[in-house]
Design a protein around this ligand. Structure first.
Ligand code: LMG
Ligand code: NDP
Ligand code: PMR
Length: 402
């Protein structure tokens, strides 16, 4: 059955232009769900108490912790006793590194010994346990508090990071929430619908602020990476599973997505959690391209996005119904063949962070079934330069940059 299905549903299927039906067999996957057990320990009362105590300390205590371990920015090369020059450790921030793709990427980079990973996470203890559970060496990572659902927290994170004295060579915007079963919208601290508020607006402010830090880095290859997805691209089969991404004329975004006097959805429609997630991924992919157009030439920074494959076992699907979580991984593994393990997806994102061959800017990377990377084509909406500019300008206003 699996064999038959895979001949019908190739692992990389994309339609090149909306409205035209030239499917090309490239990207991975078909459906998309799963649950992990990373979160179970959060219900342990001892851990909860510790977490509450931690949360009661001000975030500046995180800054204090960081400041104690702060290193002065080293120069990009260091002379060894043999007189050879070696590249200093790269310094990479990964948001949402406490589980799934972010954790797997942090692990992959940390174990090369060439990277120091700043794990930017909303749950400090969970992140610490996660880093330990995958065997990361303490010298290779630092955890810093970041809640993308609060713009104050984003600004605080940037301050704390700067106070740490570390350089910034690569920023990976990876964190996300997916609320497919929510009947009503929920909101960020500033009152933006939670999926777009976290996945897009939080990262938009973070990356705009940290662009300055990236510019200052003397590392040979500086990169800003925003994780996208196949499900936001309507030139693929996966992107055509309803509800489909569609930003419309951006009227909801223009109004601030507050669900009061204005819709909580970007296109101004009725709330739909799955659509909001897919819309947020379109914003992520548009933002990457707008960064590229505005800043690549001037700064030399590489701006990239990617679809890492269908990682059907991550916490992303924690809110989906149990039946979905049960069936999704085998569906992806045996029917669509789009499944990729957390470990493999981490290696893929780690390539986009550090591979010398992936320095091209403005690219949306994907991998074929042999795990070879290729430059993929975005849907018409996700590559619409005019829309990218509008999303950029509206987002600037919402996060207080314009
Ligand atoms: C929407 O629901 C929600 O309305 C929306 O709010 C949001 O959550 C959105 O994108 C998210 O989903 C869509 C709905 C179906 O999804 C579900 O919630 C149900 C998911 C159930 C998962 C079905 C997977 C099917 C897997 C089949 C077998 C897996 C086992 C493999 C084992 C291999 C062993 C060797 O989404 C839709 O779009 C509707 C379409 C539903 C049709 C489902 C049919 C799947 C077709 C695949 C062919 C498989 C045929 C095999 C059948 C075997 C049956 C025994
Ligand atoms: P996970 O749920 O495992 O990881 C998401 C991470 O984001 C978690 O660490 C989570 O923190 C963090 N996060 C959520 N909300 C916030 C917040 N407000 N502030 C800070 N961090 C937050 O999912 P995945 O690893 O699957 O997802 C990672 C990325 O990969 C996402 O961008 C997703 O869109 C993308 N992706 C995933 C695919 C898949 O098949 N899984 C396919 C294509 C793209 P916590 O641990 O505290 O919950
Ligand atoms: Mg999808 C080759 C086909 C393919 C791929 C690569 C994915 C990836 N999915 C494919 C096909 C299908 N999916 C088909 C035919 C169906 C109807 C049965 C289907 C359904 C489906 C659902 C209900 N798929 C889903 C869901 C989700 O809730 C996931 C989602 O949309 O999250 C936003 C999802 C996903 N499918 C994927 C991937 C990668 C996901 C999840 C993650 C993401 O985009 O970030």
């Amino acid at each position: 059955m699996a064999l038959q299905a895979s001949s019908i549903l190739p692992s990389t299927l994309s339609i090149h232009k909306e409205g035209k039906s030239s499917f090309s067999l490239k990207e991975n996957g078909f459906l998309g769900v799963c649950l992990n057990d990373h979160h179970k320990s959060d219900f342990n009362p001892t851990v909860l108490r510790a977490k509450i105590q931690f949360d009661q300390k001000s975030t500046s205590s995180v800054g204090a912790i960081r400041a104690q371990t702060a290193a002065t920015a080293p120069s990009v090369t260091t002379a060894t006793p043999q007189g050879k020059k070696t590249l200093r450790k790269g310094s990479v921030i990964i948001t949402g590194a406490s589980s799934g793709l972010g954790l797997a990427t942090a692990k992959a980079l940390a174990e090369t010994g060439k990277w120091h990973v700043i794990m930017a996470c909303r749950d400090f203890l969970k992140a610490e346990r996660a880093a330990k559970s995958v065997g990361m060496n303490k010298e290779n990572y630092t955890i810093m508090h970041l809640d993308l659902a609060s713009l104050d927290s984003v600004r605080q994170f940037v301050d704390n990071f700067r106070r740490s004295g570390r350089p910034l060579d690569v920023l990976v915007c990876n964190a996300a929430v997916y609320l497919p079963t929510a009947k009503e919208p929920t909101f960020t601290a500033e009152g933006f619908e939670l999926s777009v508020g976290t996945n897009h607006l939080g990262h938009f402010l973070l990356s705009r602020l940290l662009l300055e830090d990236l510019k200052q880095s003397d590392y040979p290859s500086k990169r800003l990476i925003i994780v996208g997805s196949i499900t936001g691209n309507t030139n693929t089969l996966a992107g055509n599973v309803p509800p489909k991404a569609n930003l419309g004329d951006l009227r909801g975004l223009a109004g601030g997505l507050n669900g009061l006097n204005i819709s909580s959805m970007i296109d101004g429609g009725e709330f739909d959690g799955a659509k909001a997630y897919k819309d947020s991924k379109v914003c992520n992919m548009l933002t990457m391209q707008e960064f590229h157009r505005r800043f690549h030439e001037e700064t030399g920074i590489t701006f990239a996005s990617l679809y890492p494959g269908c990682i059907a076992t991550t916490g992303l699907f924690r809110e989906h119904i149990p039946l979905f979580r049960l069936l999704f991984p085998p569906f992806q593994k045996y029917i669509t063949k789009g499944y990729v393990s957390e470990e493999e997806s981490g290696k893929r994102l780690a390539q986009v962070v550090s591979e010398p061959s992936l320095t091209k800017s403005g690219v949306y990377w994907s991998w074929n079934k042999d795990s070879a990377s290729f430059e993929n084509q975005l849907s018409q909406e996700a590559s619409d330069a005019e829309k990218a500019k509008k999303v950029w300008e509206l987002s600037e206003k919402l996060v207080g940059l314009a």
